[in-house]
Design a protein around this ligand. Structure first.
Ligand code: SAH
Ligand code: SF4
Length: 410
């Protein structure tokens, strides 16, 4: 059974909406420490106090997770009022929260307009697993790229998300999952790292993160800041379809783990599946992977490979894959294709996927088959699309029929 919390008809709605303030005022979330200091000074905080105030705010925002200035207990009432007057730290509106029968959660968040723009909606997914919980974060509203097997690729790019909006997905998910201390409790009640629900972050939601490099960088540096959200860079993975010029910078300037959406081992097929390949062909992509900063057996690149029936799933393809990746410290992640209404692709048969995985395993690569998660709420890879393009009921029924036909587990 799928539990769907439609917050338009839910008593928590008013509470959640009350905290979602239109950002006519600038947000303090997503600013670097230096920017935060400048913002405070511009609001009248004396320069000599700025550094200390930045430290205090950083703690409230990223360790305690507060979303209201009134909760900042060690800051004077006057200063809180000044902050309130100039800035916001509100969360986005949660339009919908769905919980899949496998525990996967999907949120539809609405962010207020930027400038003359319109409000935008994006999806964020939480995947609980034995011993860890992964949050799948979006970097753009829609995507400019048009990978032929991806649902998000059928949605036009609306805009890049800001660093604030990228971080807000993590902060709001942690609110909802109970990863921040209860309001009003002493410091000692901070949820310890090993008890947290969100242990890993993947930039694998909507959009191409390397087409929004600066905002993604800023957000991930804050997410991994040791005095704040403290996620280890080893537990953050950025997935790219292959924006070659930004790959080195990702390792050099952000230092997170890299995943490449490979999906094909020759240019002809990759041109069709991942059209950015026409701009940055496989030879350039593989060269950029070999040069990824910090690459070692302990820090491998993950190559994602979607299993498409009769398209890229033969043993010949598996052989070509091994040949292509020779010498690169790599993990291969086989993703059973997740269907969506209107697609012409089908997921490979389970037996074919297992044979493919066995071949790769025997060649010495770890090759986990990614269990499809949250398919019943369209939360699986490549199924994300925002409210503006939310499925009509008839599409949902078609999808369910497809899933039942193609995959017993759906
Ligand atoms: N734009 C980035 C990150 C988001 S997509 C990228 O392309 O890497 C996250 C992963 O899901 C990518 O590997 C993508 O190729 C894969 N994916 C997209 N659509 C899918 C689908 N329908 N079924 C399975 N995986 C899909
Ligand atoms: Fe964009 Fe990634 Fe989907 Fe390709 S797979 S269309 S890059 S979100």
């Amino acid at each position: 059974m799928t539990l769907s919390l439609d917050l338009t008809a839910n008593p928590t709605r008013d509470m959640l909406r009350a905290r979602a303030v239109m950002p006519a005022k600038g947000s303090l979330i997503g600013l670097s420490r230096a920017e935060l200091g400048e913002a405070l000074i511009s609001a009248g905080v004396p320069e000599r106090q700025a550094k200390m105030r930045v430290q205090q705010l950083w703690h409230w925002l990223y360790v305690r997770g507060v979303s209201d200035f009134s909760e900042m207990l060690n800051i004077s009432k006057d200063l809180r009022a000044t902050l309130e007057q100039h800035f916001t730290i509100a969360r986005p509106e949660i339009v919908e929260e769905q919980i899949s029968n496998d525990g996967t959660r999907k949120w539809l968040f609405r962010f207020p307009p930027r400038g003359a723009g319109r409000p935008v909606e994006i999806e964020t997914v939480y995947i609980p697993e034995e011993g860890r919980g992964t949050l799948c974060i979006s970097s753009q509203v829609g995507c400019t790229l048009t990978c032929s097997f991806c649902h998000t690729g059928t949605q036009k790019l609306v805009r890049n998300l800001t660093a604030e909006e990228i971080l807000a997905q993590l902060l709001t998910a942690r609110d909802r999952l109970g990863d921040f201390p209860e309001r009003g409790t002493p410091d000692g009640a901070i949820v310890p790292a090993e008890g947290r629900k969100v242990t890993n972050v993947v930039m694998m939601g909507m959009g191409e993160p390397l087409y929004n490099f600066e905002a993604v960088k800023k957000a991930l540096l804050i997410a991994s800041d040791g005095d704040g959200l403290s996620l280890s860079k080893r537990r953050i993975t950025l997935s790219t379809s292959g924006v070659v010029p930004e790959i080195f910078r990702t390792g050099d300037e952000i230092g997170v783990m890299l995943a490449i959406s490979l999906h094909a081992t020759n240019d002809d097929l990759r041109d069709l599946l991942v059209p950015i390949n026409k701009k940055y062909p496989l030879s350039e992509l593989i060269a950029a992977c070999r040069a990824y900063p910090g690459l070692s057996n302990a820090k491998r690149i993950t190559f994602e490979y979607v299993m498409l029936k009769d398209v890229n799933d033969s043993i010949e393809d598996a052989k070509a894959l091994i040949k292509l990746l020779r010498g690169i410290p790599a993990k291969i992640n086989l993703i059973p294709f997740n269907p969506w209404p209107g697609t012409n692709y089908q997921c490979s048969d389970w037996e074919t996927i297992e044979k493919f995985a066995d071949y790769i395993n025997n060649a010495g690569y770890a090759s986990p088959i990614r269990t499809p998660r949250g398919r019943d709420i369209l939360a699986a890879c490549g199924q994300l699309k925002s409210e503006s393009e939310r499925m009509k009921k008839v599409d949902r029924l078609a999808l369910e029929a497809m899933m039942i036909a193609g995959h017993g587990e759906a």
